[in-house]
Design a binder for this molecule. Structure first.
Ligand SMILES: Nc1ncnc2c1ncn2[C@@H]1O[C@H](COP(=O)(O)OP(=O)(O)OP(=O)(O)O)[C@@H](O)[C@H]1O
Length: 274
C-alpha cells in the first residue's frame, strides 16, 4: 500500500470540515506488521478507513495492490475490499447470533451466497472457528450468544474473525481497548504471530504504547493527522513518545478510560467487505 501526500476527513465530518489526515506519505509492504499510535483524535481510525478503501481521500493518492482503488470500476473495488478485513474497535455483532456464526462471518468473501446462508443455520467450519477462538482464549464461548459476552470478549471475537478470513490485509482498530493489561499483551502477541504465520499484512491502531513497541516491528506515530515518526519499534525513543503525547501524557501512561466508558465511535463503515 502506498499513500502520497494524502488528506482525508473523518467519517462523520461534513464536506467543509478540516481534514483528519494531512499530507500523509507512507508505504507499507506486503507482510509487514505495523502499529499506529498517537493521542486520541490523532486520525488513527480515519487512516484505517482510508487503507480499507472505505473512505476516499479528499486530496492525494492511495494505491493498494498497485491499483488506485477509487479509479476502479465498482466490481473491481468490491473485489479489492474482499481481500481485506477491517476490524472495528466495537465489532457490530447481531445480538442473538452465536459466537461461532459471528466468527465464521469472516469467511463470507470466500463463500457463495448459498453457502453463506446455509452457514447461518449449519456453521460451515466449526473447527476453524474453534481454533481462532482458542487463539484468543475464548474456546469456551463457541456456542455462546454474542449479547452475553463482555466488551473485551466481543473485541476478541472480532479478532478471531480476522483469523478465519481469507483476507491478506488485516486493519484492526484498537483491538485491546477493553482488555485487562495481561490479556491485552497476550492478544497483541497472538495477533502479530498469527499475521506473521499467514504472511498477512497487519496494520493496528493501539492506545497501549508498550504493546505496540513490544510486539510490532514498525511503529507509526500520528499526531493531529500528521506522521510524526515512522520507525522500527527499537528506535522509538522516550523523547519521541513525549513529543507524540505532549499535553496527552495520561494516554501515554495508560490512563485512557476503558472503551465501554468512552463515547461510542461512529458506526463502522465496513466490517467485512465482499
Ligand atoms: N464530525 C466531525 N467533523 C469534523 N471533524 C471530526 C468529526 N468527527 C471527528 N472529527 C475529527 O477527526 C479527527 C480524527 O478522528 P479519528 O477518530 O480518526 O482519531 P483517532 O486517533 O482514531 O481517535 P481515538 O483514538 O480517540 O479513537 C479528530 O481530531 C476528530 O476531532
Amino acid at each position: 500500500m502506498s499513500l502520497q501526500d494524502l488528506y482525508a476527513r473523518h467519517a462523520t465530518a461534513g464536506r467543509t470540515a478540516a481534514d483528519a489526515l494531512a499530507s500523509l506519505t507512507l508505504d507499507i509492504a506486503a507482510g509487514e506488521q505495523v502499529a499506529v499510535i498517537g493521542p486520541s483524535g490523532a486520525g488513527k481510525t480515519t487512516l484505517l478507513e482510508v487503507l480499507a478503501c472505505a473512505r476516499p481521500p479528499s486530496q492525494g493518492r492511495i494505491a493498494v495492490d498497485g491499483a488506485a482503488p477509487w479509479a476502479l470500476p465498482r466490481r473491481a473495488l468490491r473485489a479489492l475490499r474482499g481481500r481485506l478485513i477491517l476490524v472495528p474497535q466495537v465489532p457490530p455483532l447481531p445480538p442473538r447470533q452465536r459466537v461461532v456464526t459471528a466468527v465464521l462471518a469472516g469467511r463470507l468473501p470466500a463463500w457463495s451466497l448459498w453457502k453463506a446462508l446455509r452457514s447461518l443455520v449449519y456453521p460451515a467450519d466449526i473447527p476453524a472457528a474453534d481454533a481462532a477462538l482458542q487463539a484468543f482464549e475464548l474456546g469456551d464461548k463457541l456456542f455462546e450468544r454474542v449479547d452475553r459476552l463482555s466488551g473485551g470478549e466481543r473485541q476478541r471475537v472480532g479478532l478471531a474473525r480476522a483469523l478465519v478470513s481469507p483476507a491478506g490485509l488485516w486493519l484492526v482498530d484498537e483491538p485491546l481497548s477493553a482488555l485487562d493489561p495481561a490479556r491485552a499483551r497476550r492478544a497483541a502477541a497472538t495477533l502479530v504471530r498469527e499475521a506473521g504465520a499467514r504472511g498477512v499484512t497487519l496494520v493496528a491502531t493501539l492506545h497501549q504504547v508498550d504493546a505496540a513497541l513490544a510486539h510490532f516491528p514498525r511503529v507509526l506515530g500520528l499526531r493531529d493527522g500528521r506522521l510524526l515518526f515512522d520507525r522500527p519499534a527499537a528506535e522509538v525513543t522516550p523523547e519521541l513518545l513525549e513529543r507524540l503525547y505532549a499535553q496527552h501524557e495520561d494516554e501515554l501512561h495508560g490512563a485512557a478510560p476503558p472503551a465501554d466508558d468512552r463515547p461510542q465511535p461512529a458506526p463502522p463503515v465496513v466490517m467485512q467487505c465482499r
